[in-house]
Every structure is written in C-alpha cells, then in structure tokens.
Design a protein around this ligand. Sequence first.
Ligand code: HEM
Length: 294
Amino acid sequence: MYTPQAGIFALGTSSHVYLEFDLLDASKCKEFASAISAIREPRTTTGGVNFVIGFRPELWGEIVPGDMPVGVEGFNKSIEGVEGFVMPATQHDALVWMSGSAYDVVFDMARSVLHDLAATAKLGEETSSWPYRHDRDLTGFVDGSENPTLLDAPTDALVPEGGPGAAGSVLLLQKWKHRTAEWEALPVEKQELIMGRTKADSVELEDKPEDSHVARTDQDEFGNIFRRNMPYGNVDDHGTVFVGFSAEQKRLSKMLDSMAGLVNGKRDALTRYTEPLTGSYYFVPSVESLRGLR
Ligand code: HEM
C-alpha cells in the first residue's frame, strides 16, 4: 500500500505559495531530487506547513524510471482553441506548493526551500494565494461544489495500486487572470448562465447553456478530478490558480480541450472573462517514492 502526499488533501489552509523551479543543469537531476526530498516542514502543530512536491513528468521519468503511469507528459505545447483562444504552455521542472495557517510561516518556509534548492535550481514562477469570502473564487461564485468528498477524493485523484506510480497524482497548475471589470459589469443572471450555477448558493442550473463552464468541464463526461483552486493576486491584477489533481492526465487535458472549444466547437464562456497566463503538469509521487530519493 503506497501513501499519497498529505498536502493534496489538506483543506482549510488560508495561505499558499506555489514555487515552480527550473534545473540549473539538467544532468544534475538526481542531486536536485535529493535536495527537494530533504525538505522538512517545521516540527510544530499550529505553525505547521503542508507540502506538495511535483516534478515535470519527463523529469520524474528520468529520476525514477517506471514510477509513473505510461504516457503522462508535461504541458509542452500551448492549446490552440477556437476563435484564436490560446492556453499557453509554461512548463517548469518542479513544483513545491506550501500551505499553512498564516502567510508568515509559509513565507519563512518558502525562503528556506529557495535557499536549500539554490545550488541545483532557480525559481521560475512564484504565486501566492489566499481564500476569498470563505469558499468563493474571485468571480464571487462558490468554487469546489462538485468536488468529491475527502472519502472519495483519493479514488479520483490518485493513481491506483497495482501499477506504476501508485498513490501518485497528475496535477494541472494554471494561473488564470480575471477580467474583473468586464465580469462585474454583467448582471448576475448572465454570470450564472456563464458559470452554469447560481451565484448565491451554487445550485446547478437545470437548463445550463452548452458553453457554460460546468457544461464544458462536466465530470460525468470527462471523469472526476479533485480541485484545490485558490484566488491569487493584488487589487489591480488577480484571478484564480487552478489546482486540479487526477488519477489520469486525460481527464484534465480533455477538460482543457473542451474549454478551448476543441471538443464540440463550443468555447467555455468563462474564458471570455478570464485568461490563462500559465500552464504546467506535474507528477506528484507517493511519499514512498519521495523517501527513496534521499
Ligand atoms: C478562471 C478559472 C476557473 C474558475 C474561476 C473556475 C470556477 C469554477 C466554479 C465556480 C465552478 C462551479 C462550482 C464547482 O463545482 O466547483 C467550477 C466547476 C468546475 N470546474 Fe472550474 N474554474 C476555472 C477553471 C477550470 C479549469 C481550467 C478546469 C479543468 C481543467 C476546471 C474544472 C472544473 C470542473 C471539473 C468543475 C465541476 C464540473 C461539474 O459540475 O462536474 N475549472 N469551476
């Protein structure tokens, strides 16, 4: 029985940072893996930090051959959707996602991670995030309503036992900038048609339009995933960090194709008010695999 990284399921934390790294020297991937696996959270209870460590799939294949489902790939090329809509590929080599009860503990820990990895990798992208109005994203809608419960999430998010990469997960990390002024200029009824759910209490619309966000990402069609989205940014420039875990990469990649209009020609209406700035896939190995790197 393999064990997933606990941070995947650590709900309720109010401060997050996503650090995406690039190797300084590709031939030193084993040294990097050993440094990243040596990261330790502070040994405290209330001041603790959760970690999720992920690797560019092709890099993980080099570090531990055969410890990942066959065919998992990085976000290596941008997705060219309909009407000129593009989701950019901004793949990095590794991700360290930290979350905790307050930003000071996350900040201190993030600085120490940067220091510990400095000999082998440089920071490619940093994003910090925080909850908004309890459970809403910056569109003002409740985010996560159709997530599986914590009892079901492992089945949806983790590679099953008995094959390569057991208890690992495929993570899609994408930063979406919101066009807040344009979004907020819409009447609530129009926002609800775009999302496919009501705004106040997140009830799914009976006759949701085909281009609504929940129609374009319908889990009955594409398979279940486990989302940990968070708001990011400042008052002038902000949006959603999409953080999605899946047992199978194709559920996530199909949802992206669908949002881009490549499944049935209907582009997700939410993409008219939000713009993807980044896109990376990471393989998040089991704790046993990470321990094996020491
Ligand atoms: C700007 C970016 C995004 C925002 C603000 C956003 C927001 C939301 C909201 C408010 C819901 C409805 C409530 C819920 O079930 O959580 C939802 C549903 C969902 N979203 Fe997103 N989302 C974004 C991007 C994405 C992306 C990139 C994916 C997939 C790769 C995705 C996958 C899903 C799925 C699977 C559902 C549930 C669909 C169902 O009802 O089965 N979302 N999202």
